[in-house]
Design a binder for this molecule. Structure first.
Ligand code: ARG
Length: 563
């Protein structure tokens, strides 16, 4: 039972007019801590009881069994509850010591699957900062879902199909060089792609040629397939290098191409259900009744398929293969219309599970306040940027802790963690400015700040040679410990909230708050001095470190023991 439930239960015994749930919904958190931990305002009872709220508060306090609390007080129209710090701190600390990193593990998702469409870069194109956001957010959501008890399937829906591969094949056959592609696959293929697009402006027949090659590819032509496969393999080598740096993996790399032989079924189903209309030679599904103006384009006049056709096939495949309870797509806000169409078409097809599909959108990243643009040279190249973040972290570690063993590994954890944390602490629908210096700073609301608090605790525990004992009773009742205890106690709710809103930032903000209250505690309390509270204090910081590490893990960020 949590604190609010405990309070509500005691109020319900004293006020028979209200049920427990209504009481819970009325409970407030007092503005100041000297007003207690939880407050119950009596205004809403004034009308039915025909009494002044002040009097009601006094009456209720008389009837309440206060033995469960440190103190229960009527102050004007409010009843203030002071929780029993000693009892609660003992219970919370015991639970963390017993469960360790499994503390706050939940079971609501047991036996159910969630698919996560994430990362999904395009073959032969640079991995963008948007793809990085999708990768980092998707990975964190997967951790959060698992903490709620779900099984997750992380799917990298690679952009490895479409007319652009026709363009690439034509370009490669005309100007390509095998060695150059092998040396720098994405750079080289991108140059070929840019060149063929420019040429096609002047020579439209190139466009026709590309269309032919894509048609061949969709029909399984061997030469086309071999080239396509090679472009894909080379690009994946580059992407995988990045995933290794980020320490993020996938359960499936089934990209758009995987659905090539699964689209006919979708088109047939749509036709059977009478949903296809012909518009200027193309096959479309009208979605006006969903308030969507643009029809979904399923098949072009030349018979080739589109992005949404493959997404329809993918959705159906995923439902059959994984029987998902929820299917999320971590993709930039700019594709909102696409996902609206996707859901609407599935709904039209009669699939009730289309309601379980959710586009988890995120905002745009800028640099120096400006939109990123390859053309204008305002770009973020990920590999060099990660290397720079790691380098800057290393420099700070050298300054703070020159004798640290394994500096390179710690610097990597700090640099990569800094980039991830900065992204995840931002509410995902908001954008942010990519500011490497702010990201890797040990001060402010950053990953390194939280990691440093964790490492500091580890070093105190080591110095104290403290091992927590699950059978001992550790309890504390001072105001600073109490603040920390309340955060730790709230961790399961924080995770549940981040799950409901599909919002890792809830956990990132929690981690910052907890690290800040620890630092405050550390500044005020002589943890190591020989006092009767020493062990309880050590148990408190042990629990703090355990929860900080777990919060970081949910964000995909490592917590080194020393830094
Ligand atoms: N490849 C796409 C892009 O880079 C993202 C794919 C997102 N996933 C999906 N199932 N449509 O824009």
């Amino acid at each position: 039972m949590n604190n609010r439930q405990l309070v509500a239960e005691q109020i319900a015994k004293a006020v028979t007019d209200l049920d427990k749930d209504t009481i819970i919904s009325l409970l407030e958190r007092p503005k100041k801590s000297d007003m207690g931990d939880i407050a119950f305002p009596t205004f809403s009872l004034a009308k039915t009881l025909r009494k002044a709220p002040q009097n009601i508060a006094n009456d209720i306090v008389e009837k309440i069994d206060s033995s469960h609390f440190e103190k229960v007080q009527a102050v004007g129209p409010y009843i203030n509850f002071f929780l029993d710090r000693a009892t609660i701190s003992a219970a919370v600390l015991k639970e963390v010591i017993e469960k360790k990193e499994d503390y706050a593990q939940q079971t609501v998702g047991q036996g159910r699957n969630i698919t996560i469409d994430m990362s999904s870069p395009n073959i032969a194109k640079p991995f963008s900062i948007g793809h990085l956001r999708s990768t980092v957010i998707g990975d964190s959501l997967s951790n959060i879902f698992k903490k709620m008890g779900y099984k997750t399937i992380k799917i990298n829906h690679l952009g490895d199909w479409g007319k652009q591969f026709g363009m690439l094949i034509v370009a490669y056959k005309k100007w390509g060089n095998e060695e150059a592609v092998k040396a720098h696959p994405i750079d080289e293929l991108l140059q070929l792609y840019i060149r063929i697009n420019a040429e096609a402006e002047k020579h439209p027949e190139l466009d026709e040629e590309a269309r032919d090659w894509f048609r061949k590819l969709e029909k399984g032509d061997e030469e086309a397939l071999t080239l396509w496969q090679w472009f894909r393999d080379e690009s994946l080598i580059e992407f995988n290098r990045l995933y290794a740096e980020l320490d993020i993996d996938f359960d499936s790399y089934n990209g758009e191409a995987f659905y090539n032989d699964k689209m006919a079924e979708i088109v047939d189903l749509l036709a059977e259900k009478g949903l296809l209309e012909t518009s200027e030679g193309a096959q479309v599904v009208n979605l006006e009744k969903y308030g969507i103006e643009n029809p979904a384009l399923i098949k072009k006049s030349d018979g080739t398929t589109l992005y949404i056709t493959r997404d329809l096939a993918a959705a159906l495949y995923r439902k059959r293969q994984y029987d998902f309870a929820k299917s999320v797509y971590v993709v930039g806000q700019e594709q909102a219309a696409h996902f609206q169409q996707l859901k609407a078409v599935l709904k039209e097809m009669g699939y009730q599970w289309s309601d379980d599909i959710q586009h988890v959108a995120f905002g745009l990243v800028t640099k120096n306040g400006k939109k990123l643009s390859t053309r204008k040279g305002n770009v973020i190249l990920l590999e060099p940027t990660i290397a720079e973040a790691v380098g800057r972290s290393l420099a700070q570690i050298e300054a703070k802790n020159p004798h640290l063993a394994d500096k390179a590994a710690v610097a990597h954890a700090v640099g990569v963690g800094a980039i991830k944390f900065y992204d995840l602490k931002t509410e995902r629908t908001h954008g942010y400015d990519f500011d490497l210096e702010a990201m890797v700073s040990f001060e402010g609301e950053t990953g390194p700040y939280v990691q440093y608090a964790h490492a500091r605790i580890q070093s105190i525990l080591k110095k104290a040679e403290f091992t927590p004992d699950a059978d001992a009773t550790y309890q504390l009742n001072d105001a600073e410990s109490w603040e920390i205890i309340k955060y730790i106690q709230d961790f399961p709710n924080v995770i549940a909230k981040s799950f409901e809103n599909l919002e890792p930032s809830v956990i990132a903000k929690f981690a910052i708050n907890l690290a800040q209250s620890f630092n405050k505690y550390y500044a005020h309390t002589r943890i190591l001095s020989e006092t009767p509270e020493r062990d309880s204090r050590l148990a408190l910081i042990y629990a703090t470190a355990t929860v900080l590490k777990e919060a970081l893990r949910l964000l995909g960020v490592e917590a080194p023991n020393e830094m």
